[in-house]
Design a protein around this ligand. Structure first.
Ligand SMILES: Nc1ncnc2c1ncn2[C@@H]1O[C@H](COP(=O)(O)OP(=O)(O)OP(=O)(O)O)[C@@H](O)[C@H]1O
Length: 271
């Protein structure tokens, strides 16, 4: 359902792996989804439902066989991932994936800021930029604002993931993709990064999609929730319904699909 104000518009997006072979796998079945500016959609679903594939086709990692993907009305489905990187930021499950360990905190932040800007990476970091980095780092409440010159490889997984999140959000991308970005953290760090995610998306007014196996987190964050199963969006709720919904309500929805509860991972059930 396309709307004129859509920030991100997916229309009938189909992704098939190994087409026309015995291993053919339809990961997305004509999926349509429209996000307005500032929408934050959480995505839950069974194993192999197509959640990561959805983020991958938006990011340009995979090209869909059919359908269109528009960002601000611009058709991007033929753009490669590096061409879409100007519009899209992503945080992955692996805390090591979003940052460069051999560079300092300041250098990592400078790279994140340069990405998406046409001027590319400037050699030095101006005093003004450094002040901004300190200010941004202070929002993490991890004391990193006093450690700008420390190599990122020295940080803990939780600290690195908080930094990855900051790097993905403070340059205010058109679209933010979060792919189970708290799943590899211990519960305390996961709670911290969850809180920081909500704050960053609000502060910068970002349009975001987040895949999670944690139903509490899916209900707590964002203004919309979708449930996927076998390449389809099978259930969707808006902000009002989401505010009232509970984990048992979501489980009941899953229960309506034969076999879906068995297909849920343990992590989802425990989440
Ligand atoms: N690169 C790939 N090559 C081949 N098949 C793939 C690839 N990526 C995903 N698939 C297949 O597409 C389907 C959807 O996978 P996807 O990873 O999107 O599911 P998911 O909902 O993210 O699952 P999970 O919660 O288990 O991570 C699965 O059947 C999977 O095996």
């Amino acid at each position: 359902m396309s709307t004129p104000q859509a920030k991100l518009d997916l229309t009938n997006v189909t992704k098939v792996f190994y087409p026309h072979t015995v291993n053919e796998r339809v990961a997305l079945k004509a999926v349509s989804l429209s996000l307005r500016e500032g929408d934050f959609v959480t995505i839950i679903g069974s194993n192999g439902a197509g959640k990561s594939t959805l983020l991958n086709v938006i990011a340009g990692v995979h090209r869909p066989e059919a359908g269109s993907i528009r960002i601000d009305g611009r058709e991007v489905s033929r753009y490669a991932d590096f061409q879409r990187a100007r519009y899209i930021s992503r945080v992955f499950q692996d805390p090591m994936a979003g940052t460069s360990p051999h560079l300092t905190i300041e250098q990592n932040l400078a790279m994140a800021l340069a990405r998406g800007s046409r001027r590319g990476l400037r050699r030095g970091v101006s005093a003004r930029k450094r002040d901004r980095f300190r200010e941004e780092l202070a929002t993490l409440e991890l004391g990193l604002e006093d450690r700008l010159g420390v190599r990122v490889g020295m940080l803990s997984g939780g600290q690195r993931q908080a930094l990855s999140l900051l790097m993905a959000t403070f340059s205010e991308p058109e679209i933010l993709l979060l792919d189970e970005h708290t799943a590899a953290l211990d519960p305390q760090r996961a709670a911290l990064v969850t809180r920081l995610t909500g704050e960053a998306v609000r502060r910068h007014g970002l349009t975001a999609l987040m895949v999670t196996h944690n139903m509490e987190q899916a209900l707590h964050l964002g203004n919309r929730l979708i449930m996927m199963h076998e390449g389809d969006i099978i259930f969707e709720i808006d902000a009002e319904a989401k505010a009232k919904a509970t984990v048992p309500d979501l489980m009941k929805e899953f229960g309506k699909i034969r076999g879906a509860t068995e297909a849920l991972s343990d992590r989802t059930l425990l989440g």
